[in-house]
Design a protein around this ligand. Structure first.
Ligand code: PGA
Length: 241
């Protein structure tokens, strides 16, 4: 686990964008694992800038998002599909049929999970996975005490996650209580992983992640077992290291 500390959120986002850019130089048809939440927004803005300058090309990439809320139609303003369109996809040249986000409105969630997992495999697996981290140590929506062997599955969100995500909704009652998420095993199969965190609010969990052992109540700690992980944080998130 390599820890890289950047001065602030802007430089953290720029560094992450350089890593994505170089991944696409090595392999233009890379499979990218993408995340939602506030943290990757700066990265996505940097990628859009690079695209507008002609310095990156997304025409051959395939993307798989980590998760989606259950019960929100794709066109709902709060769905992760809408988030990705607004923050990245509408501004770059990714092919529509190369975008994959779990379907939170699927009729049969078991099949949806199995199909998502096999679609990732049939594309050769994820080359580079972007992750944020929750205050409770979740990655994707893999909440504390998730099974490390879990593949894409249906999850119940922790109270802490619902509380953290209410900022995107009119009221806490509107936050979906369940989601479909890549599992820890799915994430661990990615060839490279970048976990990003910014701000003092993440300092505690980053300190636990870097210093503590692997334990199920800190799902991100499983990343210690992965051979190619960069923890990309700003000085505020690194303040308790
Ligand atoms: P955030 O969420 O980027 O909005 O802090 C991270 C996460 O919950 O994974």
């Amino acid at each position: 686990m390599k820890v890289i500390v950047s001065k602030d959120y802007e430089s953290l986002s720029k560094k992450a964008a350089v890593l994505v850019q170089s991944q696409l130089m090595w392999k233009p048809d890379s499979v990218l694992g993408l995340a939602t939440g506030s943290t990757p927004v700066g990265l996505y803005q940097e990628l859009i800038k690079l695209y507008q300058q002609g310095d990156i090309d997304f025409s051959e990439i395939t993307s798989f998002n980590l998760d989606e809320y259950l019960g929100l139609p794709m066109d709902d303003q709060q769905s992760y599909y809408s988030f990705m369109r607004e923050n990245l996809f509408d501004h770059i040249n990714i092919r529509e049929d190369h975008i994959h986000i779990p379907n939170g409105m699927a009729e049969d969630f078991k099949s949806e999970c199995l199909n998502y997992e096999s679609s990732i495999s049939s594309h050769g697996g994820i080359d580079l996975q972007i992750l944020g981290i929750g205050h409770n140590g979740h990655i994707g929506f893999n909440e504390p005490n998730v099974e490390f062997e879990a593949k894409t599955h249906i999850v119940s969100l922790d109270e802490e996650t619902i509380e953290a995500n209410k900022r995107f909704f009119d009221s806490i009652e509107d936050v979906p209580k369940k989601a479909i998420s890549m599992g820890i095993k799915t994430i661990m199969k990615s060839k490279k992983i970048i976990l990003m965190a910014s701000g003092e609010g993440k300092a505690d969990i980053i300190s636990q992640l870097v210093k503590d052992d692997i334990k199920p109540d800190l799902p991100a700690s499983v990343l210690h077992l992965h051979e190619n992980v960069i923890i990309l944080i700003d000085e505020a998130a690194a303040s308790k290291l």
